[in-house]
Design a protein around this ligand. Structure first.
Ligand SMILES: [Zn+2]
Length: 422
């Protein structure tokens, strides 16, 4: 039986930091601090205790507990897994994150009354949502331990939402903990003022061997499949799991990796761009269709569609507004899903050209895509390291352009032309 940190693949340093913090948080709850009057809260008192205590190195950033944390790392490194595991350890009745007590269990399954998880569905988290959240997080924890707010993709906060959050982080209620997840602490991802109030837990891209190990141990996937999927997913645990299990995900990847072979002229380059965009749209549509339909049905039921009693006409007018809101949210979510699908395809493609560079340089490094290694080898001969690098850069530029809101079709067409011409 592993504890709550068992799924954090290849993140030994971060796990050590979080274990120490959970232990000091538990100590804090066990031994009520006799704080002098004057508005000091539990955590300040704890921090001071640490300052007085010469035993642990005072410069150790991992010691002790604090109100606000940022988990950073590349996609798939497990930012939200880490945040949830830490939340479970804080709510654990043993204070360790044992993985089997009610506190751990309800936190991990998303039903703990004091743990709130914000997962942005659209492109950003709005100010109203954030204000409501901050307000609720200020109440005393019903379970007697901690009020925890986990914000996935904190880089998608609007500026106003970020300011609402900052206010809460600056004057935190004594038992409230904020756990933010973001790709990095770059000012584009998280404001400097929020960053300055948080402790940062950097996660690294887990090595393929560690990813393969967890696929075998936890998901019961055959070792050879796990190894292939872990390498092909380039350290993204969720992606590796999908590739190992989902034939459709494998087919989509095959189609993407067939692109370099198909680029035989200008027309073929535009065809390949269309195919890539349309595949991303189809994948995104399939991924949101079920939940869209469920939301529409739920809303219609809640609004009592088809009612004829008194007030039904007024209710219908309000209903139209609510349906419009829902459609707006769903459209925003669909856009996000399309971008995510396209980004996965670009990451696969980048892996291919990276393999070509490795082979052109005869570097003693394992290929990302073992199943297209011979194709990458042929590319390496034709383009040499320099031409392969230009193509890899074209893929990375396309990602950056889409992130900067260039229309995906335009960015992908430009990329395909460079991939063909070099
Ligand atoms: Zn527990």
């Amino acid at each position: 039986m592993t504890d709550v940190f068992g799924d954090l693949v290849g993140q030994d340093e971060a796990v050590a930091v979080l274990r120490r913090a959970a232990a000091s948080a538990a100590a804090l709850l066990r031994a009520p601090v006799t704080a002098p009057a004057g508005g000091r809260d539990d955590l300040d008192a704890l921090a001071e205790e640490h300052d007085d205590d010469p035993a642990p190195a005072p410069a150790d950033p991992g010691a002790g507990m604090t109100h606000a944390w940022i988990f950073t790392g590349p996609p798939g490194s497990g930012r939200s897994v880490a945040a949830r595991a830490f939340a479970a350890a804080l709510e654990c009745v043993h204070g360790t994150g044992c993985g089997s007590c009610p506190g751990c269990h309800t936190t991990l399954t998303g039903t703990h009354a004091d743990v709130r998880l914000v997962v942005p569905e659209g492109l950003s988290i709005g100010v109203n949502e954030m204000r409501a959240l901050v307000l609720r997080a200020a109440s005393a924890p019903s379970g007697g331990r901690w009020q925890i707010v986990i914000i996935e993709d904190a880089d998608r906060l609007t500026e106003a939402a970020g300011n609402a959050l900052l206010k809460a982080i600056e004057e935190p209620p004594p038992r409230t903990v904020f756990l933010l997840c973001a790709p990095s602490t770059h000012p584009d991802d998280i404001s400097v003022t929020i960053r300055s109030r948080c402790r940062v837990v950097p996660l690294r891209q887990p090595p393929p061997a560690a990813v393969a190990e967890v696929l075998v141990r936890r998901d019961g996937i055959a070792p050879d499949v796990a190894e292939w999927a872990a390498a092909a997913a380039q350290g993204h645990v969720g992606r590796a799991r999908r590739l190992a299990r989902d034939p459709e995900a494998r087919q989509r990847r095959d189609a993407v990796l067939a692109v370099p072979r198909r680029l035989t002229g200008v027309g073929a380059a535009f065809d390949a761009a269309s195919a890539l965009i349309e595949a991303a749209e189809a994948e995104a549509a399939a991924s949101v269709a079920e939940i869209d339909e469920a939301e529409r049905t739920a809303l219609q039921t809640a609004l009592g569609a088809g009612g004829t009693g008194r007030g039904a006409a007024g209710a219908m007018r309000g209903a139209a507004g609510q349906l419009k809101d829902l459609e707006k949210r769903q459209k925003s979510r669909a856009t996000r899903a399309q971008r995510d699908a396209l980004d996965r395809a670009l990451v696969d493609l980048a892996g291919f050209y990276r393999d070509a560079i490795v082979m052109a340089l005869r570097a003693p490094v394992a290929p990302v895509h073992t199943d297209t290694a011979s194709l990458a080898g042929a590319g390496a001969q034709k383009w040499d390291a320099e031409g392969s690098l230009r193509r890899l850069e074209a893929v990375l530029e396309c990602r950056a352009a889409i992130e900067a809101n260039v229309k995906p079709r335009i960015a992908v067409e430009a990329m395909m032309l460079t991939l063909w011409r070099g």
